[in-house]
Design a protein around this ligand. Structure first.
Ligand code: ADP
Length: 538
């Protein structure tokens, strides 16, 4: 081997913030607070406040490697925790407040959290679970002044601003091994108990670098970025690392996630890029139609977490000239694995062809490898036709779960995703289903995602889910479940499928419901829906 002569510097998330404070010191983080007002502070101020937080943890004798949890919306104090906790060598545990309180207590205990930082919105959860969480030494409310009622209900609770004010704001961010844990995030546990995915400083840094690439979120110091995706689930898809890395203004919406609030904030802060799940974009599109315009600077949206219907992509791209980037990933992949950006030769495609490609889950980003495999783990071809499970390998893909007591989930280094789909020769993934939701009719796979997307294109359909209905002759048949937002009958919806799908794959029946059950990350809970409809075990 011929030794290289390059400096070795560990990749640590503290470097991201110190870079932003040094080179983009006056660039702002703008937050809508729980109190409803708008708060502004610069990256330079954020670094000093994160330093106070790190010193506060020292004062409380929190050791390196100890877990510090957050129960918080997207806001500047949560950003301070991201950097103050991980940057000082502790492990940030972002807890999803939408989970059931018993599940939150289970997660806090499983992670062995020493401190919990919480927004006042979540004080009722904290007071309910505090007695069940023996590892937690300190509960810290993210507020200017503690409400009297909270002081009475939670003995020893701290006020964040008082705690910070008592610390000095100079701090030497420690250097350590980039492979140590920076953060831990639990999967939403739709099956069994949640599982802890542990991100390293290296994986988080590399993932953020990739998110900033032109074919991904395409971030630059001219951008103003609004992550709607919560900082409590998969690190807001890395946006809170990638934005300061690139020097973008960061706009954080707090708890106000309805279309009108998001539109107003985007408009006021010249947001150029926003990141979220499809359901949030439905609210924003409705508001854009009401206003007759888009938020004035909005140029791109990144969408993932669930399949984005082609009809939504067309509305953004054709009605409002907003570049739509559809991505796919999971908690275990930090989450970015694929993203649907086009290549030079796709400029020759007609609009339909381009929209079809943009509606796929996209092609792998550098740093993540895909494999399409059958039930025995044998590789299937990337021919755009063969359906198999997708497995992942890469710099920011999990190798196991925290203290799960279960065997390592990877096989030959490949992590199975439970997602079924095809991959075309260019690497574009088309997901057909999650393996646990799969529908097999007469031995053939029916894509619930394709069926849902066609239904969603109907203007009177607010939400659509396709589930398996047991059938004597075919084993299973697809059943379409619809939440209406206008008058429409089953026959009219079913007519939308003519010429769009093979006849045998078209649902025989539509059932109208008032709502479809959603999980803690806003995804449809199909197992629960099937139970509600009496389809399980029939
Ligand atoms: P959960 O805890 O529900 O698994 P994740 O955020 O880890 O939460 O969810 C990852 C899953 O979400 C993927 O395995 C996939 O099934 C689904 N998903 C994510 N992005 C997309 C997408 N663009 N299209 C379809 N499904 C998606």
């Amino acid at each position: 081997m011929f030794e290289a002569l390059m400096q070795r510097r560990e990749m640590l998330v503290s470097h991201i913030l110190t870079h932003a404070a040094t080179c983009h010191g006056d660039t702002e983080i703008v937050s809508r607070r729980v109190e409803g007002d708008i708060h502004r502070q610069t990256y330079a101020q954020t670094e000093r406040r994160a330093a106070r937080l790190a010193r506060g943890l020292d004062a409380m004798r929190i050791e390196r490697g100890d877990r510090v949890a957050t129960l918080a919306w997207n806001g500047y104090r949560h950003v301070e925790a991201y950097y103050g906790v991980s940057g000082s060598g502790r492990v940030l545990h972002t807890v999803n407040p939408r989970l059931h309180p018993d599940q939150i207590a289970w997660i806090v205990n499983h992670a062995g959290d020493r401190i919990v930082l919480f927004d006042l919105t979540f004080a009722p959860i904290v007071t309910r679970i505090a007695a069940q969480c023996p590892s937690v030494a300190h509960w810290i409310a993210l507020c200017d002044a503690l409400p009297d009622a909270l002081r009475d209900e939670l003995a020893g609770v701290h006020c964040y601003e008082e705690w910070l004010a008592a610390q000095r704001d100079d701090y030497a961010w420690p250097e350590f091994d980039e492979d140590v844990a920076a953060a831990i995030c639990y999967t939403s546990g739709t099956v069994g108990n949640p599982k802890g995915v542990v991100y390293s400083h290296r994986s988080s840094t590399l993932h953020a670098l990739n998110l900033a690439m032109p074919d991904c979120a395409c971030l630059s110091a001219s951008d103003s970025v609004l992550p709607v995706v919560p900082m409590f689930h998969v690190n807001a898809w890395g946006a809170v690392y990638a934005a300061p890395m690139a020097g973008c203004k960061l706009v954080l919406p707090g708890p106000a996630l309805d279309g009108a609030s998001l539109f107003g904030l985007m408009d006021a802060e010249d947001v150029t890029l926003s990141i979220s799940v499809p359901t949030i974009w439905l609210g924003l599109l409705t508001q854009m139609e009401r206003e007759g315009r888009k938020p004035r600077a909005l140029a791109r949206v990144v969408v993932g977490g669930a399949a984005a219907p082609e009809s939504m992509i067309r509305r953004f791209e054709q009605d409002w000239s907003v570049d739509f980037r559809h991505g796919w990933g999971m908690t275990e992949s930090s989450p970015l694995a694929t993203i649907a950006s086009l290549k030079a030769r796709h400029a020759q495609l007609d609009t339909d062809g381009r929209m079809r490609l943009k509606a796929t889950q996209g092609r792998p980003v550098f740093g993540v490898q895909l494999r399409l495999q059958d039930d025995d783990g044998a590789a299937l071809p990337w021919d755009g036709r063969s359906i198999g499970e997708i497995a992942l390998k890469g710099h920011w893909v999990a190798s196991g779960y925290f203290d799960s007591g279960k065997p390592n989930p990877t096989r030959d280094g490949w992590l199975p995703t439970g997602d079924l789909g095809t991959i075309d020769p260019d690497g574009y993934v088309h997901l057909v289903d999650r393996s646990k939701d799969v529908i097999k009719s007469g031995g053939e796979w029916v894509s619930s995602i394709d069926i849902e997307n066609i239904a969603m294109a109907h203007p009177a359909v607010a939400m659509a889910a396709c589930v398996a209905k047991p059938d004597e002759k075919w084993g299973e048949r697809p059943l379409l479940v619809v939440v209406r937002k206008g008058p429409v009958e089953a026959a009219e919806i079913l007519a939308c499928y003519t010429d769009k799908m093979a006849k045998w794959a078209i649902p025989d029946e539509v059932r109208f419901v008032d709502q479809i059950p959603l999980g803690a990350t806003g995804k449809m809970l199909k197992r629960k829906l099937r139970e509600d409809l009496g389809l399980v075990g029939a």
